[in-house]
Design a protein around this ligand. Structure first.
Ligand code: FAD
Length: 444
């Protein structure tokens, strides 16, 4: 007989649950496991990483662990690091703004050179990056991670600095805009009225954010007791409200019950902020004026000029108009310049402009780049994993996960993808930021 006290046995259901949490692409990192050790590749290669957001820093940290002797240079003027997935929580009064503010310097790996300037142009034929300040930086390998450009300029009369006043809101541009959006939302929900929510037809980072803002605005009106005096109109230029059909249908069904009206072919063309009047155009070119008390503006998005105007951009096909980076959607290697890789929102791929996409693809980009540096072919492939916790009200969300094909790819067996739950809300509210930080540090 063995007298030693036995280790308490974990209930098998609980063990399965914890295992699922650890490997779920949506969450792994909240309970980060150490990476398997691998011998670093000795090299003196010069690697330039353009962009110091989530994708750029995540890949830099990964490369720092996989390489020995490489000279890594990061180019980006921005010093503040923002946890953008938290903006919707700031803009709806759930989080204070300081929860989405951090410093890039605290997350870049030791030993990298940080050029605090913007990339003005890429010359991939000469393996050179040109900065706005006129510096020419040669490279052997390049990682492009410069995110999206928000084209507010395409909406005549729009002024980002005015967000927060006269019922003008937009969660997208910055922490300040998210905070000001909450001020505008509070003023609006105190009295109620007509709210107009917009959606452009371009690819968007976190395409679920305009939907979350609509759900949460309705929730705030309900809580303020002014829902009865209000109307929410969702004006889409996209022909639908979300690119994955089952999700689109699910949201529309919910909105029918919640009384959120949808128009499918109206593009926001101009706005008179002082008069609180928006003008939409239909595909036939007909103009329709709409007075409002509150408007949530979602800007059209495209690649920043540095990529759009360079030879790195798609020249034909569906991603050419936005000037997105021409990468192979499986390996994320540039299709014409094999020493160039793309990570994050800049990539011209069918879907995937979320932090969750970076989480799953940053290890792959770092690995494939090292393979190319070692003279081999990239051997890991990406399925386009994209994920969005779609908040339906404060305290409830749906965890939507899908791939390039728009197939749902639920990673937590206990969560029904199209069913809202408190757990999915808890993930968004509490668990995704630690997971994001683990990605940033290159730990998952
Ligand atoms: C409102 C909102 C809600 C979101 N919600 C979610 C969510 O719930 N779940 C989720 O997974 N994702 C969400 N996201 C998306 C997620 O934040 C992005 O997909 C992610 O940050 C992409 O990382 P990135 O590195 O490609 O771009 P970013 O993190 O945006 O970084 C781009 C960097 O490039 C820099 N840059 C730009 N131009 C240049 C240039 N010319 N030269 C040098 N540097 C340049 C910028 O300064 C920036 O630092 C949300 C985003 C927003 C805005």
């Amino acid at each position: 007989m063995n007298d030693k006290p036995s280790t308490p046995r974990m209930d098998p259901a609980r063990r399965r649950w914890l295992q699922a949490l650890a490997v779920s692409p949506a969450l792994a990192g909240a309970a980060a496991a150490p990476l398997p050790a691998r011998a670093a590749l000795k090299t003196q290669a010069r690697i330039v990483i353009a962009g110091s957001g989530l994708g750029g820093i995540a890949v830099a940290n990964r490369l720092a662990g996989l390489l020995d002797g490489a000279k890594i240079t990061i180019v980006d003027r921005k010093e503040e690091h923002n946890y953008q997935p938290g903006y919707t929580l700031v803009a709806t009064g759930v989080w204070p703004v300081d929860k989405v503010r951090d410093r890039n310097a605290d997350y870049q790996p030791a030993g990298v050179e940080w050029v605090k300037d913007m990339v003005a142009g890429f010359d991939p034929a000469a393996n050179t990056v040109i900065t706005a300040g006129g510096q020419r930086i040669p490279y052997d390998f390049l990682v492009v991670a410069i995110g999206v450009h928000m084209d507010f300029g395409l909406i005549e009369g729009m002024d980002v600095a005015a967000i927060g006043r006269e019922g003008l809101a937009s969660v997208y541009p910055s922490p300040q805009a998210a905070q000001a959006t909450w001020a505008a939302m509070q003023a609006f929900t105190a009295r109620g009225g007509h709210a107009v929510m917009t959606l452009p037809a371009t690819p968007l980072k976190c395409a679920g954010a305009p939907l979350k803002m609509s759900f949460l605005l309705r929730d705030r009106l309900h809580k303020a007791g002014t829902l009865g005096a209000s109307k929410i109109s969702f004006e889409s230029a996209l022909g639908n409200v979300f690119g994955v059909k089952v999700v689109n249908d699910n949201v529309l069904e919910r909105w029918k019950t919640l009384g959120i009206d949808v128009e499918y072919s109206r593009k926001l063309a101009s706005i008179d902020i002082g008069a609180r009047r928006a003008t939409f155009v239909t595909p036939e070119g007909e103009k329709q004026e709409m007075p409002y008390d509150f408007i949530h503006v979602v800007p059209p998005m495209r690649a920043p000029d540095a990529v759009k105007n360079s030879d790195l951009a798609w020249k034909q096909g569906p991603f050419a108009a936005g000037g997105w980076l021409e990468v192979d959607k499986s390996t994320l290697q540039h299709r014409r310049y094999p020493n160039v890789f793309g990570i994050g929102d800049i990539n011209g791929t069918p879907r995937g402009k979320t932090a969750a996409t970076v989480k799953k693809s940053a290890p792959l980009v770092a690995h494939n780049l090292v393979e190319v540096m070692a003279g081999r072919k990239p051997d890991q492939t990406f399925d386009g994993y994209t994920s969005c916790p779609l908040i339906t009200r404060e305290g409830s969300a749906m965890l939507i996960e899908f791939d390039y094909e728009g197939r749902l790819t639920p990673s937590l067996p206990m969560i029904e993808p199209l069913q809202d739950s408190y757990f999915a809300w808890l993930m968004k509210y509490r668990m995704l930021k630690p997971a994001y930080m683990a990605v940033l540090k290159g730990r998952v």
